[in-house]
Design a protein around this ligand. Sequence first.
Ligand SMILES: Cc1ncc(COP(=O)(O)O)c(C=O)c1O
Length: 492
Amino acid sequence: MLDTPNRVAVEAPPLEGVESTKAPVRVSRPNLLTVADAKTMSLVDMTELFKDHINPGQLHFMKLLGFHKVKIETASGMYYTDQNGRKILDFFGGFGSLAFGHNHPRIIEARKQFQNEDRHEIAIAFMSQYASALAKNLAEIAPGDLDMVFLGSSGSEAMEAAIKVAERAAGPKRPKIVYAQNSFHGKTKGVLSLTDSELYRGEFQLTGNTVKVPFGDIDAIRAAFEADPEIGVIVLETIQGGGGIIEAPVEFWQQLRALCDKHGVLWIADEVQCGMGRSGHFFAFEKAGVVPDVTALAKSLGAGKCAMAAMIATRDVYMKAYGSPKTAMIHAQATFGGIGEACVTAIEGLNVMYDEDLIGNAEKVGSYLISRLNELKAKYPQIIKDVRGSGFMVGLEFQDFSQTLPALLRPMVALLDDKLKGSLSGFVGAELLRDHNVLVAFTEYNRNVIRLEPPLVCGTEHVDEFITALDKVLGRGIVRIVRDFIGSQAKK
Ligand SMILES: Cc1ncc(COP(=O)(O)O)c(C=O)c1O
């Protein structure tokens, strides 16, 4: 266990020139860990504290996948380095939060300078030049009239802001919101009603004014709009991430725009995961040449160093919702919205994105990644079912092996956690990390899909390193992958 000193009673010193008749206040100092304690903490202590104070249940999944053995010490570019000096190739990318890789030097430099100059952070009393510059940059990048920016600190917060601005602009007679099957828009109370997950919804009370449609189904949306004039808003991820990297064709988005215009419905494009250049366009919806009424960014907007999110609305929508002095404060900046260093980080990140042509790189190297994965699909058709995606938002779907597994392994697999049954992605992901030092992401709603969202600085050499590792794992065949995994579980 951690060796922390006992509480120490500290006596407040007497104030100069003030005579007090009261006994001095005694403030006992809690057993606080220092920054140095945090940095040098052992894996064992870290695990104990995680279990005691963060999420004991989550440890179960980390153990299943072998992630509990890793303590990251440093990170740079495409790699983490763990407590044993092992370099881990990051093809997970924090679910799209690491467009610039780990600790991009220009971003670190901008932050250091900001600190050294004694700049201010909290921007509630006065306007902020940093928030203003970031908002201007986002308006400059966003197409059409997407000009009005609300800054927050998480994707959920940006999406909450998006549905609120749209609801007010749509007006009280059109309170209903359409959302998609297998959607993920966050876990806060408002957007939970638009996130299609029984697990995340738990038994929370939902808002009830929602209509669910299949993703990418224009006929279902048309039918919903025609049937219910109370529908005022539709919310869609432009590329579904949690659903397993699901895209709709460009015609879908063009028809959606036309349909929304016809029925006066506002379209919110959730670009929290697929935005910031990941798809090979800054916003994934740009591929279709259409513009939504509201959009949201987060994740990589913080350039991998801080929490930063933005809701961007057309000026028309924004002014309808909050345009007068009477309504201006209804959803104005929260305490940490537009905080100085986070804005500066995002401003530098956006400049780096264009200076280094990261969007072009995502398009080019992302296509290379997909072509290399397709080679593996041709080599292992009994294992890989599908390869899909755009840029560096790529899904690798495995065949469901629960039916094809040899009879002798079936009882063993049946003993595994529900999350692993029938799905190869857990096994492959665990073995990629254990044997080949590669990190990939799993998918909430489709356990057969591995999500590949590497930083946009990823080069073809990193793709080759990843493909070599994956080839070695898959080359062992389903039976050995599963048997090894079960064996490693038994050894724990
Ligand atoms: C599409 C999408 N929207 C919203 C969110 C919520 O973002 P956050 O986790 O920052 O609250 C996520 C997070 O994964 C997401 O992928």
